[in-house]
Ligand binder design. Structure first.
Ligand SMILES: N[C@@H](CCC(=O)N[C@@H](CS)C(=O)NCC(=O)O)C(=O)O
Length: 355
């Protein structure tokens, strides 16, 4: 379904995906596009060369992450948001079941992958661990993250699976699971015997063309490693493509902070967290600047507000982030504090609060 856009006329009606072949978040979006039969241009962003941090890419996604999807002039980032957009705009081949329980299981599985597993194995965190703790510590960390997430997924899915995660049809959970299982079983050789349901799903996904076409090794920027020498073999079209221009809110902070405190030092926890929050808030300021009114996306309270309020509150009251650079978020924080539903939900107003 992907086509390289190099040398082709730009067509504003077509979708363009900024992707990195090995990125599991990009892989999710590739699967969703394929399942919906949507054609797209493929624009590689080489994460190992740091292309995600170049100014031209940060213009598209200030967080500095792939994937980014362009639909005409609409720029979208974050795989979950992109997939929900595709679901709303192109409702054929639905990714969500009508049954409310099945729907929830799909959201839960997708969230376990997208907030409990993937962010904890992201390149920038692995680089940090490699540098501050030691290069040999990266793999044990990744395997411990997979074990925690996969154990939860096995429990969640055990009464719901059919051929796929929540029955005999492919849904959102499968779109999120397939890339994570591929990384675990193919790249990191996680023991399949420990996770029988996930191992079976992994086999089932490998038989679906929409998933096969989205596989990392089938992307134009894939680098194929020679088994004997470990040296990368770069396909010629990759060289061509690489010369072309090419909600952070659910990070599992506590797990990472405990690890950093133990392995790097207790004094390193706060600076790491503040810098992660600042990176996310910079992106949020940018995202909301044309949309915020009284609340994040207008004069009514929506999902974004429910996710923003606790994060801004924690940034200010727990992590002591200097909010001068974030005027929109600071203003929203004041607004949220005036709403009884938000005030009553504040940490300090809970029965188990420690004063
Ligand atoms: N929540 C985001 C996460 C995106 C993300 O973490 N992307 C990774 C690749 S899977 C990335 O671009 N990492 C670059 C880096 O760590 O510098 C999403 O689902 O799109």
């Amino acid at each position: 379904m992907a086509s390289a856009s190099v040398g082709e006329e730009e067509d504003n009606n077509k979708l363009t995906l900024y992707s990195y072949w090995r990125s599991s978040c990009s892989f999710r979006v590739r699967i969703a596009l394929n399942l919906k039969g949507l054609k797209y241009h493929y624009k590689p962003v080489n994460l190992l060369k740091g292309e995600q941090s170049r100014p031209e890419f940060l213009q598209l996604n200030p967080v500095g992450f792939v994937p980014v999807l362009l639909d005409g002039h609409t720029v979208l980032y974050d795989s979950f948001a992109i997939i929900m957009y595709l679901e709303d705009k192109y409702p054929h081949n639905p990714l969500l079941p009508l049954d409310i329980t099945k729907r929830t299981i799909n959201f839960q599985a997708a969230t376990i992958v997208s907030s409990t597993i993937q962010p904890l194995t992201n390149l920038n965190l692995l680089n940090y661990i490699g540098e501050k703790v030691g290069p040999d510590e990266k793999l044990p960390w990744i395997l411990s993250v997979f074990r925690r997430g996969f154990t939860a997924l096995e429990k969640l899915l055990k009464d719901h699976t059919g051929r796929y995660a929540t029955g005999d049809e492919v849904f959102l959970a499968d779109v999120f699971l397939a890339p994570q299982l591929h990384a675990a079983f193919k790249r990191y050789s996680v023991n399949k015997d420990e996770f029988p349901i996930l191992a079976r799903l992994h086999e089932a996904y490998n038989e679906i063309p929409a998933f096969q076409e989205a596989l990392p090794e089938n992307q134009p920027d894939a680098v194929h490693y020679c088994i004997h020498t470990g040296v990368a073999r770069v396909p010629s079209e990759y060289e061509l493509l690489s010369t072309s221009k090419v909600l952070l809110l659910s990070y599992s902070f506590a797990i990472i902070m405990n690890y950093i405190g133990e392995k790097v030092g207790p004094d390193e926890k706060l600076p790491w967290t503040q810098s992660a929050i600042r990176k996310g808030f910079t992106a949020l300021e940018n995202l909301l600047k044309d949309h915020a009114r009284r609340y994040a996306t207008g004069d009514e309270i929506y999902l974004a507000d429910l996710f923003l309020a606790p994060q801004i509150d924690a940034a200010i009251n727990i992590f002591k982030v200097d909010m001068k650079e974030f005027p929109t978020l600071s203003r929203l924080h004041e607004t949220y504090n005036e709403i009884p539903a938000f005030r009553e939900a504040l940490p300090e107003n809970q029965p188990d609060a420690v004063h």
